[in-house]
Design a protein around this ligand. Structure first.
Ligand SMILES: *Cc1c(COP(=O)(O)O)cnc(C)c1O
Length: 390
């Protein structure tokens, strides 16, 4: 079956719930068993069976199975946020004395997690340039246990050559993890390319309506036992209400993402032709240095990209630009139906191809021509005006 059909049928149990199209929110802490023997039988596989609320009720397990199927993995674990998923995955794989290769364009809070929490646990991190897949083999040490990817990178949108990363990791017996929040399994399925664990912040496109937080990690068979043990040991648990919202969001993931893609491409193409814009960082653009790589692996692009202004314009003008937009909300996170704008700040160890001030845009489900009119006015008012002053 093709993905749009799968999205409609996954994670449902019409029989168990007497024909209800949507599995209800099943809330529980205690779950009762008729006998001790029945309790013991359930305890043997807490991922599959109902046992105790912390390990999930029907609603949680249906979302879990849907996520596993969507990414084509061995098992899926849900977390209260995307960041919680990343922290627990890394925590399950790394021990004192180990070394982590982390992509330099990673989501900022993950960089903080490496530099503070992992450091305190005796794990060292080296940040590698996203474009440097060819040099990754040489960067692997005998203590290296994990290579972490995020493609495209947060704020700067560089793609990584996942085939090369996987080959370098396989040659050294290193585990590969990828943050696939931007593409979702609808546009890219990293496990099919040999990545060991794929993580998604479901707070973004899976939930899709800016009203719940969730994280997902889908693993292959090799990495599952450690992740399951570690998640259970740290008391990981998610709310069935949030899982209900994620399941409901998932039904429309395909139609929403197709529309985000079409609108974002239209807006991005228009933006890059404007004299006030230095570059638009979006791998779906033919002008992107990553375009060929994007076409090779991705079946589409989501609604998130960065617009870069000339360095002479200054940060203040970029902030004024975001402030003056009327149809774009100002706020962190993204992936809902609404458009957003935020000045993008980022730290890098390696030189970035992004030099000037950057505003990250999320192109929502509004009519793209209205968004273009709003952007056009703000460019003239804030960026053209600043350029005239220098
Ligand atoms: C938002 C985000 C996260 C964190 O997800 P939360 O659900 O907000 O914790 C991780 N990675 C990327 C790329 C993100 O955009």
């Amino acid at each position: 079956m093709r993905t749009d059909t799968v999205l409609v049928h996954l994670g449902r149990d019409d029989e168990q719930f007497s024909g209800l199209v949507n599995a209800p929110v099943c809330r529980a802490s205690t779950i009762l068993f008729p006998t001790i023997a029945a309790l013991k039988a359930a305890q043997r596989d807490k991922q599959k069976n109902l046992y105790y609320g912390r390990f999930g009720t029907q609603t949680v397990k249906l979302l879990q199975s849907a996520c596993r199927e969507l990414d084509g993995g061995y098992e899926a674990m849900l977390f209260p946020s995307g960041l919680a998923a990343i922290a627990r995955v890394l925590g399950s794989l790394l021990r004192p004395g180990d070394h982590l290769l982390m992509v330099d364009s990673v989501y900022g809070p993950v960089r903080d997690f490496c530099e503070n929490e992992l450091r305190d646990l005796g794990v060292s991190t080296s940040f590698y340039a996203p474009e440097a897949a060819d040099e990754l083999g040489a960067a692997i040490r005998k203590e290296t246990k994990v290579i972490f990817c995020e493609s495209p990178g947060t704020m700067t949108f560089e793609l990584q050559d996942i085939d090369k990363v996987v080959a370098a990791a396989a040659a050294a017996g290193v585990v590969t993890v990828i943050d696939n929040t931007w593409a979702t399994p609808y546009f890219f399925r990293p496990l099919q390319h040999g990545v060991d664990i794929v993580i998604q912040s479901a707070s973004k496109y899976m939930v899709g309506h800016s009203d719940a937080m969730l994280g997902v990690a889908v693993t292959n068979e090799r990495c599952w036992p450690l992740l399951q043990r570690s998640s259970a040991a740290y008391g990981n648990s998610v709310s069935p209400d949030d899982c209900y919202l994620a399941l409901r969001g998932m039904r429309t993931l395909g139609v929403r993402l197709d529309r985000h893609f079409a609108s974002a491409l239209k807006v991005a193409r228009w933006l890059e032709s404007q004299p006030e814009v230095r570059a638009v960082h979006y791998p779906a653009l033919e002008s992107s240095p990553d375009h060929a790589q994007w076409k090779r692996h991705f079946t589409g692009a989501s609604g998130l990209f960065a617009v870069e202004f000339p360095a002479s314009v200054g940060e203040q003008a970029a902030e004024a630009f975001a402030d003056s937009l009327e149809l774009f909300g100002i706020g962190v996170s993204w992936g809902g139906f609404e458009s957003l704008a935020i000045p993008a700040h980022f730290r890098r160890n390696h030189a970035s191809r992004v030099k000037g001030p950057v505003v990250r845009l999320h192109i929502g489900l509004e009519d793209p021509d209205d968004l273009i009119e709003d952007l056009s006015r703000a460019l003239k008012e804030c960026i053209a005006a600043a350029m005239a002053h220098v």
